[in-house]
Design a protein around this ligand. Structure first.
Ligand SMILES: Nc1ncnc2c1ncn2[C@@H]1O[C@H](COP(=O)(O)OP(=O)(O)OP(=O)(O)O)[C@@H](O)[C@H]1O
Ligand SMILES: [Mg+2]
Length: 394
């Protein structure tokens, strides 16, 4: 593993093209049925209604659901879940209490360094400005790099909200998972559709991410609410979707599963209509075997998450792209509960949505994960290739 440390040793850049990483804490393969159940239940609870418990989902009894149109506030209230069940973590010898104490002891010099050096380091390099948004796991502020006045976005994450780290074979370096994934996708050649992580700081209580701030910009949810005042035109939605699919391809090609594709995690540059993906807080390394751990936003999960308790990141990504496209052109989410996702009645589209667009949405929202398109098939789809629109929507 080859690291290059930036000036003052404050950030880490990957220079090795073939990174091989290993998750340091959770091992999905270790989980037993009770863990699976507790995760499912936690995910179900996160929908905030009692329409579908896990047992409901497995039973043949179908509840009568009335489909309510969701307004923008409902879209906002779609909750995110990061289920962590620490007691099920691997108990191999090096994680015994004694070993943990020994690890802590070894970490004391590092912590002191962070305390007296890192904090000052960040403060001496950046000015922090107005709060842009408080997300589920952090607060994002505008910022300025003192050296050259460059505008940046600064995300403060409480360490207690981020329990996962990546370790690298052959080194003792442990990076917070969100930082590691974001660094991986920010390595050159960068994608113009993924926000770049410029550098990061590790403080005793929090992690600070300094990101590109593509001003003038706002997240897609805010854009639909405040600028467009409703659904996007199909031309605009097409342009947005193309860019999001390209961002997903970039992540996949770097071995990263984002797992939280949704309007709030897309930045729109309002003058150019360029779209950039943000927030790797729910991401993971891409793996071939199914994921058994839920992460992301519940109403964007595919049905197999609840019915089988596992999912593939690629097909789940396509499902979430279907939910996103539906939301862009209808100004409402397609599903309002886990029950609704699993026992879906016919999708109700706003009038005027074209047949081709509906067809693509239904393809992505196919209940059979294998029948969903790939990212490449999405890009080649008739609706997606029907002209590209890059002007701001008035
Ligand atoms: N680089 C950026 N430039 C401008 N705005 C940003 C940037 N990154 C994040 N934001 C704003 O901050 C909001 C929250 O950011 P982010 O999604 O990374 O945080 P989070 O705590 O993980 O959020 P959540 O848990 O709600 O998904 C975004 O929806 C967006 O409006
Ligand atoms: Mg987010």
């Amino acid at each position: 593993m080859d690291f290059r440390f930036g000036p003052l040793g404050k950030h880490v850049l990957f220079t090795n093209q073939k990174l091989k990483m290993k998750r340091s804490v959770d091992d999905d393969a270790d989980e037993g049925p009770s863990l699976k159940r507790s995760r499912q239940e936690a995910a179900v609870k996160a929908t905030g209604d009692d329409q579908g418990t896990t047992s409901d989902l497995n039973s043949t009894k179908k509840r009568k659901m009335c489909f309510l149109d969701l307004d923008s506030d409902d879209i906002r209230s779609a909750k995110k879940v990061c289920v962590e069940v620490p007691q099920y973590r691997s108990t191999c010898s090096w994680r015994t209490p004694l070993a943990k104490l020994w690890e802590m002891f070894l970490n004391i010099p590092r912590c002191l360094c962070r305390l007296f050096y890192r904090n000052e380091c960040f403060k001496s390099l950046y000015n922090v400005g107005k709060k842009l948004k408080k997300g589920g796991c952090g607060t994002v502020h505008k910022g300025t790099r003192k050296r050259d006045g460059k505008k940046v976005a600064v995300k403060f994450i409480n360490k207690k909200d981020r329990e996962e780290y990546l370790t690298f074979p052959g080194t003792s370096v442990m990076l917070p998972l969100e930082v590691a994934l974001h660094l991986i996708v920010s390595r050159p050649p960068v994608s113009e559709h993924v926000v770049e992580l410029l550098e990061w700081f590790d403080q005793p209580e929090r992690i600070i991410l300094v990101m590109e701030y593509p001003a003038p910009c706002m997240d897609m949810y805010a854009y639909m609410k405040s600028v467009v005042g409703g659904a996007l035109t199909e031309d605009t939605a097409r342009s947005v979707m193309r860019q999001v699919v390209l961002a997903c391809q970039h992540c996949r090609d770097r071995g990263v599963a984002h797992r939280d594709i949704k309007g709030e995690n897309l930045l729109v540059q309002t003058d150019t209509m360029k779209v950039k993906l943000i927030d790797f807080g729910c991401g993971d390394l891409l793996k071939n075997e199914p994921y058994k751990k839920f992460a992301g936003t519940c109403l964007y999960y595919p049905p197999e998450c609840f019915q089988l308790g596992k999912y593939s990141s690629q097909t789940a990504t396509i499902w979430s792209l279907g939910v996103l496209l539906f939301t862009l052109v209808n100004k409402k989410l397609p599903f309002r509960s886990v029950h609704h996702i699993c026992h879906r009645p016919k999708l109700v589209f706003k009038s005027g949505v074209s047949k081709e667009c509906k067809k693509l949405i239904c393809w992505c929202l196919n209940r059979n994960a294998r029948a969903r398109p790939t990212l490449e098939e999405m890009l080649q789809n008739d609706w997606m290739t029907n002209g590209i629109h890059l002007e701001p929507q008035s």
